[in-house]
Design a protein around this ligand. Sequence first.
Ligand SMILES: [Zn+2]
Length: 300
Amino acid sequence: MFIGVFDIGGTSIKYGVVNENGEVISKFQEPTEAKQGGEYIIEKLIELSHKLIEQWPLDGLGVSTAGQVNSQTGEIVYATDNIPNYTGINVAERLREAVGLNVSVENDVNSMAIAESWYGAAQDVGNFICIALGTGIGGAAYTDGQLYTGSRFSAGEFGHILLYPNGRTCTCGQYGCYEQYASTLALKRAVSDYYNTDTDLEDFFDRLKAGSQQEQQIYEDWLENVALGLASIIHVINPNRVIIGGAISAQGEFLSSRIQGKLEKKLLHNHKTKLDVVCSRFGNDSNLIGAAKHYLNQYY
Ligand SMILES: [Zn+2]
């Protein structure tokens, strides 16, 4: 069976074909042009769907997207102004009407968690959290083998934990949110501020691994903030595993073991005895794989 899959992010739309075993058969990427708004994205999805349908005998479409999603109906229940006028659009309904296939829709970090639970970094645990570090911080939690969605499909907004009251202004309108200190954008800002010039995070990690002391201090401070927010989440959920997602997860153990080390001093005994921190198994493909699994769960 072939499932057409989409991963709609703030900067790019990844799309392709995944089979019923979760193998990525084919994948492509396009800029989202998010500022053009929700309707523009729907038009683009329809166009890309037709492109996939011409090449593959698709059973249906699975969509992973930024924003809070009613995963039963496929409606965007809330999206920030990163994608204007996206809130309220029923992505599943619009796509189904346009292409005549079954469509499922799920939030992006939830999709990642579904993929990791299926046959990735969380296949052997029922209690785990995923934290996606990027421009902001997204989250998802599995408790007793089930994805926790909350009453309005809006659980897991880890990025807006208030870490420092009256701190930095956040895109949500509050001050001092976790993502203003521990996202990869926050790390990039800290590095750029230090050097007084726009700096690439890949260059940063190269210098860090080469032993630069300045980079070491910036990394330590950032890791401290990552662990500070995580400690609160871990104390609430009591997971066996924390899975790091986002492009930075390519750093692997260089990132995960340092976060685990920082957590040691911040957690109660029972919260750390059976806890490990790892990076996503599927990296950039996790949302596509999770979108396919969500589709299978919904229709089979
Ligand atoms: Zn916020």
